[in-house]
Design a protein around this ligand. Sequence first.
Ligand SMILES: [Cu+2]
Length: 140
Amino acid sequence: MTHRSTLRAPSCPAIVLCTLIAGASAAQPEALKPAVDPDGVVRISMIAGSYFYKPNHIVVKVRTPVELTIVKEPGMAPHSFVMQAPDAGITVNKELSTEPTRITFTPTAPGRFPFYCTNKLLFMPSHRQQGMEGVLEVVE
Ligand SMILES: [Cu+2]
């Protein structure tokens, strides 16, 4: 007669697992604050894959030249690196490959500038919508 007896306890482990997964993905890695090389250039190595950039949060100083070297993970999926921040003197639109792609720019204004992959497969969400984005934070 009692509905209570039909409640199933085994749902608990599933809830715990989901909470763990959610917690792991919510944990943002520390922002990368790369050192300036003796020649005054900030050099950053980045990996691009399905569907991420690593690192995906970079903090640099305004008016400091940046040299960003990106390597795409092996695989069929094509990936790009796009950053449209003309107000900060940055306009980048590059297709990536497993060979290093070198991108140089000097941010001229502070701000938070997103970068992302513009690729998408027909009828699928874009790579950006699947998490392939990051932010360049330019500080004084
Ligand atoms: Cu992509």
